[in-house]
Design a binder for this molecule. Structure first.
Ligand code: UGA
Length: 484
């Protein structure tokens, strides 16, 4: 199959490379000519596992790059739209990039095409896309539109594409259904997985990717509702963690108990400093706006966002109460990315928290294995410096904060850490350690939804109640850790 993928961001690039990997002829298009030139040289602009290998494997073979939408459309049977749908000022998805791309696609349709919306869009976008294509000259008998949302997570995007829990095809006519079924056939038949060069699955897989056929509108709703549900799960467990903290229970134990109910499941129940990234914050707001436009007040989604924002403020308050005052304090920080496995800092809770700490006069020395170049573009303060590794970040600091769940932050040499820190205080926003283990290493350990770990010899100076104060009205009003 000949495929054009319009937009070479996270979703577009991963999709283009993976479509080549499963045997299709692909043209990946972007209007950023510098990005296209770099990709043509084999340079990957994002930190994503397996992407460099697959780009090398297919570049110049089944995979080409171009800046011309017209050329890519003319040379393809299926055209995937994977451009950004950022948040507008009112919280709705801004579809102007999708619309702009649609104008160009329309004038290039001279033979049968399927135009597929893969970006995250509000329900009924396919309908608007079809009208826009028609209004801009696409002959009505020559094209169909369909929805095929992606469920890729940054950091594991390639394996998420190749080993999906499900492929959702939202199509309202037989031509679209048949074409999309053919595109995904190597995954739905299981043929891809038997090939010797196949990218290995990181866990268990059942041999064939399931494909769910729906209408276009249902597919569009599936995407928004999935992301909103996952975000709700995180906000829910963070709210429970706050109760757990107040009463002296342990959120990890609570999660083990909740998550072992097969109707709930253990995934996405990690309490922390809230969700970030380019998807959840934006998609929850956009879905809320979609509901409002349909005349439905989906207030639950407003609460999901509110709890998420509050979680960052609570963390800053936790740091403040552990250190008494922040002005002039030197803080080591581990993590900038919105989660592990990526260099992406968009809506990262770590960035919002660092900004709040700097605003309160602290000095911050930060380390992240991948996201420093991006952070340098976003953060600027003469009280901010970058460390070479975790121990360099901790050196001579008043406390060490953990803000991203990178695996390497979960296996630090604790005696070495204690020797380096000015005061043995770790404040972990990702619950990477057992409090008792930290306490045995002589470190005062604050985490989310659990009692503070306190070494025996320090029990007199750290009273548990000191740490478990709820956020006060003053903290809400000051908005200390405003959303990034
Ligand atoms: C998310 C969805 O998981 C994907 O299915 C979807 O395709 C994608 O959005 C998208 O719409 O493009 P992603 O944003 O890459 O993927 O990251 P997640 O792994 O979902 O994590 C999102 C945030 O939630 C991170 O900040 C992470 O640290 C946080 N999180 C996740 C928690 O705080 N607790 C958890 O238990 C899980």
């Amino acid at each position: 199959m000949r495929i054009a993928v319009i937009g070479s961001g996270y979703v577009g690039l991963v999709s283009a490379v993976c479509f080549s990997e499963i045997g299709h002829e692909v043209i990946s298009v972007d209007n950023d000519s510098a990005k296209i030139a770099a990709l043509e040289r084999g340079e990957v602009p994002i930190h994503e596992r397996f992407l460099p290998e697959l780009l090398q494997r297919h570049l110049g073979g089944r995979l080409r790059f171009s800046s011309s939408i017209a050329q890519a459309v003319q040379e393809s049977d299926a055209v995937f739209i994977t451009v950004g749908t950022p948040q507008s000022e009112t919280g709705e998805a801004d579809l102007s990039f999708v619309e702009a791309v649609a104008y160009e696609i329309a004038s290039a349709i001279h033979s049968p095409k399927l135009v597929i919306e893969k970006s995250t869009v509000p329900v009924s976008t396919c309908e608007s896309l079809r009208k826009t294509l028609l209004l801009n000259g696409a002959p009505s008998g020559l094209f169909s539109v369909a929805s095929n949302p992606e469920f890729l997570r940054e950091g594991t995007a390639v394996t998420d594409f190749l080993y999906p829990d499900r492929i959702v095809v939202g199509a309202d006519d037989q031509f679209s259904v048949a074409l999309l079924q053919a595109i995904y056939q190597p995954l739905t038949s299981g043929d891809y997985y038997t090939q010797s060069h196949a990218i290995p699955h990181p866990g268990q897989f059942h041999g064939k990717a399931p494909l769910i056929l729906t209408t276009a509108k249902s597919a569009e709703l599936i995407k928004h509702a999935s992301n909103a549900f996952l975000a709700m799960k995180i906000s829910f467990i963070n709210a429970v963690a706050n109760i757990s903290e107040a009463v002296g229970a342990d959120i990890q134990q609570v999660c083990a108990g909740i998550g072992s109910d097969s109707r709930i499941g253990p995934k996405f129940l990690n309490a922390g400093i809230g969700y970030g990234g380019s998807c959840f914050p934006k998609d929850v707001r956009a879905f809320h706006a979609v509901a409002a436009q349909c005349g439905y007040d989906f207030g639950l989604l407003g609460e999901v966002t509110r709890i998420n924002d509050e979680q960052r403020r609570r963390f800053v308050k936790r740091v403040r109460s552990a250190l008494w005052t922040l002005r002039g304090k030197r803080l080591g920080v581990l993590g900038l990315a919105f989660k592990d496995g990526t260099d992406d800092i968009r809506e990262s809770p770590a960035i919002g928290i660092i900004e709040a700490l700097l605003k309160e006069g602290a000095h911050v020395r930060v380390y992240d294995p991948a996201a420093v170049p991006n952070a340098k573009k976003a953060l600027s303060s003469d009280r901010l410096s970058y460390a070479d590794d975790s121990y360099d970040a901790a050196d001579a600091c008043d406390a060490l904060l953990i803000l991203t769940e990178w695996k390497e932050f979960a296996s630090l040499d604790l005696p070495r850490l204690k020797r380096l820190l000015k005061y043995p205080i770790v404040i972990d926003g990702r619950n990477l350690y057992e409090p008792s283990r930290m306490a045995s290493a002589g470190i005062i350990y604050h985490s989310i939804g659990r009692a503070t770990g306190v070494p025996d010899h320090l029990s007199e100076i750290v009273q548990p109640t000191e740490m478990e104060l709820p956020v006060t009205a003053r903290d809400f009003a000051s908005g200390a850790a405003s959303a990034s």
